[in-house]
Write a protein that binds this ligand. Structure first.
Ligand code: SAM
Ligand code: SF4
Ligand code: SF4
Length: 333
């Protein structure tokens, strides 16, 4: 397994398959900037064959888990073809997808048949009005809830529900979300609002710390911590003592986990990044398209990982920020 300068292994690969999305979440793709955005051209985007080739090489270097993301991954045509290609890679242990759920209900069965193991569905509340304000798109919560049920029935569960909490926007939804999903086997994971990219005009006072959310939930349910399921698990988990389920917290701002970060990220245009907060990546697509062998590409990835020294979240506020920084919708969350 490849190790970086802090001895962190390259274990996970996140693949952003498109920079486009059907939603305009205010904290990710604000409508005023993204309706008119210059998206990647088709020729700039990696083909499915290129992505599978890259993934196979990464698995050869120690990657065990792959997550498809975006943008909205279900906007890529026939993504089941990509899923099947990835699922066939020898040595890959886990293949998952993060989606906004908008188009999932119709596709869940085909995705499961193609070999997808799990889905994570993003949902920032249960109340339509609150969610519509967050996603800035006319899609009702029922569409996403139905997708969650369908995905579960197709074998893609239990499902993780990703909820970004932004002060002044959706803190009213914290208890109702847990209330809705307790007893279903699905787990709500509260994500601290992060300063990824620059277009969301992030402000630190809009972050609601996980500790505050846990306090709020503990007023309602008795909660006890759960041991990590594996080394490097980024979510800390709590279980409700009444047996009705678990809640997860991804506390990238208040309790950074860079020391355990084993993620390599491949953007839709074939640039690789070693941190969500990077300002520059390495153009692997150009190398692939110039006729490089698998060994050449493996050598490039090894070199990128060996010199990796990212720990942005641990240094947040202590070092000047480099601009421009990549956007979440491009690099994949
Ligand atoms: N479109 C898909 C979705 O929303 O699930 C996949 C891509 S999205 C960029 C992946 C995850 O990043 C989502 O769960 C989203 O809520 C989260 N996200 C986006 N911007 C964020 C931010 N500024 N802080 C924290 N999480 C963010
Ligand atoms: Fe789209 Fe996901 Fe970003 Fe929302 S969080 S705008 S659904 S990419
Ligand atoms: Fe990983 Fe960078 Fe996030 Fe730290 S800030 S956990 S290195 S992606």
């Amino acid at each position: 397994m490849q190790r970086d300068t802090f001895d962190r292994p390259m274990r996970d690969l996140r693949i952003s398959v498109t920079d486009r999305c059907s939603f305009r979440c205010v904290y990710c793709m604000p409508r005023e900037l993204y309706d008119d955005h210059e998206y990647l051209a088709r020729s700039e985007i990696l083909t499915y064959d290129e992505i599978v080739r890259f993934a196979r090489i990464a698995v050869g270097l120690g990657v065990e888990k792959i997550r498809l993301t975006g943008g909205e991954p279900l906007l890529r045509k026939q993504i089941e073809v990509l899923v099947a290609g990835l699922a066939a890679i020898d040595g890959l242990e886990d293949l998952a997808m993060t989606t906004n759920g908008h188009l999932l209900a119709k596709r869940a069965e085909a995705l499961a048949e193609a070999g997808l193991g799990r889905v994570t569905v993003s949902l920032d509340g249960i109340d339509d009005e609150v969610v519509r304000a967050m996603i800035d798109t006319d899609v009702s919560v029922d569409v996403v809830l139905e997708a969650i049920d369908t995905a579960d029935a197709a074998g893609l569960g239990p499902i993780k529900i990703n909820t970004v909490v932004r002060r002044g926007w959706n803190e009213s939804q914290i208890v109702p979300l847990v209330e809705h999903f307790r007893g279903t086997g699905h787990t709500v994971r509260f994500i601290e609002y992060m300063d990824v990219g620059t277009t969301n005009a992030w402000k630190s006072d809009e972050v609601i710390a996980s500790a505050e959310i846990l306090r709020l939930l503990s007023e309602r349910w008795e909660m006890v911590p759960v041991d990590p399921a594996y080394a490097g698990e980024v979510a800390s988990r709590y279980r409700m003592v009444d047996g009705s389920g678990e809640v997860g917290f991804i506390s990238s701002v208040t309790e950074p986990f860079c020391g355990e970060c084993s993620r390599l990220r491949l953007a839709a245009d074939g640039h690789v990044f070693t941190c969500l907060f990077a300002s520059a990546g390495t153009d692997v697509k150009a190398v692939m398209r110039s006729g490089a062998s698998d060994d050449d590409i493996a050598g490039l990835l090894r070199a990128v990982w060996e010199k990796r020294e990212d720990r942005y979240s641990e240094l947040r506020g202590a070092v000047p920020i480099e601009f421009p920084r990549v956007e979440m919708s491009y690099i994949g969350g």
